[in-house]
Design a protein around this ligand. Structure first.
Ligand code: P53
Length: 476
């Protein structure tokens, strides 16, 4: 007998800016990623938008993406064929508020999501909604400084209120901000921040994160006022940080690095900044500007559940010389763990790390968990007969699901599992199509060539059996 509840939410996850395309259709404003190219050329503007944006790149991958905007019906049909109980997707903020600071929403944008919700309902798939998935309107970034500006809190609340009013009867699980801690690693797409070399970077990032935290708490209040059954979650880019050795300095360094990711979730789950934050901010030269009442807001409206992404564990040393060997250019830098293999993009594969991470998060917060991203980004080859044998992906997922089930046996309450990029999508970090996560292959390459035709990979049939057996049959 499987240990998972019979209503366990199996499914997949996608984000508007990585799938929809139609970047300027029906009144949509620019998304942050609409100005980012693919591949090597992405690195400079992703990490340094002040210097790199608006150049004349020949191709912007998000402009068409995989055209989910027009193909959502047949895509959702394929998800249903796999047996999905849930689909996590995000709503494009600039599709609803093109610039972000309007008072009234763009009805054409909402009409698109109405149709997506109708289709999901038709197939009995529960929508899990991310309100802000790396998708602050570009206009707010350019004219207001993104989340560093407190006004963005109000604009976000306008937007979130529209969604709660329109969709509360169709949505139970909401996520306010995707991977809130990624604002410290990719501040441009995390927070619409365009930081100059001369700026106090930490001050800007943590202040912007404070605004996101306030916005999340106030959104929770609004959601509950509109419908008390709304469940609001935070979202963490998780992955336990291990010490590089048993040297006490390494253990301390790993603990500090873990706190760097947990700090925001500590606030969202417990309702206050943790004790260690004073010293941490001091060391970083950060002085948070809080308004009167902020602490009460955070205290009064904590989240109902903790959602997170897990791709890999990480490794940290207490020795700055050794830490210099961390993989450069990756949003989530880590030392190489000799016990682990890595993907072609250098992401280390650690299924047991998922069990460790789940136990750590639950020990810390005692709130239900929801795995809303996990998966393997790899290069897939299409055989001459059209089949795609992605055994490596099946192996990755199977081993992670086995460890997920171990964590549930350990006593961790888990709402569901939505694997990342259930259909091939544009990568957030590299902008490539070549880095594929899907059960469904999309014929499109890094340069925007291809028919966009969808085909089922071997993992499609495997995942179908996993869901059908409620996680009992993970064999491959
Ligand atoms: P890609 C880096 C490290 C961990 C999570 O990432 C990350 C990133 C951003 O690159 O983001 C999440 O596409 C994010 C998704 C993203 C996914 O991980 O770079 O929530 O939007 O696509 C995978 O391979």
């Amino acid at each position: 007998m499987t240990i998972l509840n019979k209503d366990f939410l199996w499914g997949g996850a996608i984000a508007a800016n990585q799938v929809e395309g139609a970047y300027n259709k029906d009144g949509k404003g620019l998304s942050l990623v609409d100005l980012l190219p693919a591949g090597e050329a992405r690195k400079e503007p992703l990490f340094n938008p002040v210097k790199g944006l608006k150049q004349d790149f020949d191709f912007y991958p998000s402009h068409e993406s995989i055209d989910f905007y027009h193909q959502y019906e047949s895509d959702i049909k394929l998800f249903a064929e796999m047996g999905f109980k849930a689909l996590r997707f995000s709503i494009s903020w600039p599709r609803i508020f093109p610039n972000g600071d309007e008072s009234l929403p763009n009805e054409a944008g909402l009409a698109f999501y109405d149709k997506v919700f109708d289709t999901l309902e038709h197939y009995g798939i529960e929508p899990i909604i991310t309100i802000n998935h790396f998708d602050t309107p570009y206009y707010l970034a350019e004219h207001y400084g993104g989340w560093y500006n407190r006004k963005t809190v109000d604009y976000f609340l306008n937007y979130a209120t529209v969604l709660f009013k329109r969709y509360s009867h169709r949505v139970k699980y909401w996520i306010t901000h995707n991977e809130i801690n990624m604002i410290l690693h990719i501040p441009y797409i995390g927070g619409g921040l365009m930081i100059k070399d001369t700026d106090n970077k930490n001050q800007i990032m943590y202040q912007a994160a404070h605004h996101q935290l306030i916005a999340s708490s106030l959104a929770t209040k609004i959601a509950k006022d509109i419908d008390p059954t709304n469940q609001i979650g935070c979202m963490l880019a998780a992955g336990e940080v291990y010490p590089n050795s048993n040297h006490p300095d390494d253990v301390m360094a790993a603990l500090s690095k873990n706190r760097e990711q947990y700090i925001f979730i500590d606030v969202q789950a417990r309702g206050e900044y943790p004790a260690y934050s004073d010293r941490m901010f001091n060391d970083l030269g950060v002085t948070l500007q809080k308004e009167i009442g902020d602490d009460e807001i955070l205290k009064q409206y904590p989240v109902d559940y903790i959602s997170f992404s897990y791709y890999s564990s990480r490794l940290e040393s207490g020795d700055p010389e050794i830490n210099k060997n961390k993989a450069a250019g990756n949003a989530f830098a880590s030392l190489k763990n000799p016990h682990l293999e890595a993907s072609n993009w250098g992401w280390q594969i650690d299924p047991v790390g998922l069990r460790v991470t789940m136990n750590q998060i639950y020990d810390r917060y005692q709130k239900p968990l929801f795995i809303v991203e996990n998966g393997l980004g790899e290069i897939d080859e299409v055989e001459t007969d059209g089949t795609i044998h992605d055994t490596y992906r099946i192996k990755y997922l199977s081993e992670h699901l086995a460890q997920m089930i171990e964590a549930v046996k350990d006593g961790v309450p888990l709402i569901g599992y939505t694997s990342w990029g259930c259909i091939d999508i544009v990568s957030a970090g590299s902008g490539e199509m070549k880095k594929r996560y899907g059960f469904i292959y999309v014929d499109r390459d890094n340069h925007g060539q291809g028919t966009l035709k969808r085909s089922r990979k071997d993992s499609f049939y495997w995942y179908q059996k996993v869901i059908q057996s409620n996680g009992e049959n993970l064999t491959y």
